[in-house]
Design a protein around this ligand. Structure first.
Ligand SMILES: C[S@@+](CC[C@H](N)C(=O)[O-])C[C@H]1O[C@@H](n2cnc3c(N)ncnc32)[C@H](O)[C@@H]1O
Length: 183
């Protein structure tokens, strides 16, 4: 019986330590990154892949890739593409590296989205704050080829008319719509 209490106590301690670690990492990310690690809702992952309209030999970038769930979903659906995730925060970067470890065509880089080279992108996915995507669009326009397809979840670019807006579930706080652009 005493042993069981001991195991329970250790389990609770491990859980509490992990929880505190997670909260601290998220708090740190609030001050050191341009958007926190809030993954795109799993319900809209397939809608994102559809909106991207990927074909063989395309190169998809997720700028601020989190745990790389969109890249994984894209590569499972289109095994011939190349996928690149840019992530600056330590915890999501580690998760992304771990989840993509068996995929030769997914590269995860621990870099700043404002400093990284995105010139090879044919498709870009964004799930970031409006202020961030509006700053980032200049880099995208400067570096990427015309016709690069951009899909932004939930947030529109200022002063840029989208090619299309795909309405999803407006009753949800996240994953309401996808804004599609071609530069
Ligand atoms: C809202 S999450 C989106 C994650 C992922 N794209 C998804 O849809 O599930 C934004 C991500 O961008 C990362 N991020 C924020 N600022 C960044 C920066 N300057 N450079 C690289 N990554 C950044 C955050 O760490 C976070 O994981």
């Amino acid at each position: 019986m005493l042993f069981l209490y001991f195991v329970l106590l250790i389990t609770i301690c491990v859980f509490v330590v992990c929880f505190i670690f997670f909260v601290l990492v998220q708090l740190l990310a609030e001050f050191t990154t341009d958007a926190p690690f809030v993954p795109v809702p799993s319900k809209v992952e397939d809608d994102v892949i559809k909106a991207l309209e990927l074909n063989s030999n395309n190169t998809l970038y997720d700028l601020g890739c989190g745990d790389a769930r969109i890249l994984l979903r894209a590569v499972k659906k289109h095994p011939d593409i190349k996928a690149v995730g840019i992530e600056v925060a330590f915890l999501p970067y580690l998760l992304a590296k771990f989840y993509t470890r068996n995929y030769q065509n997914i590269v995860i880089k621990r870099e700043d989205i404002f400093k990284t080279d995105i010139s090879s992108a044919t498709h870009i996915f964004l799930y970031l704050y409006p202020a961030v995507i509006n700053r980032l669009i200049e880099n995208i326009r400067n570096q990427c080829k015309p016709s690069t397809r951009i899909v932004s979840c939930d947030f529109e670019l200022e002063n840029t008319t989208p090619d299309s807006i795909i309405e999803l579930d407006s009753s949800k706080p996240r994953g309401k719509r996808l804004c599609v652009y071609k530069i």
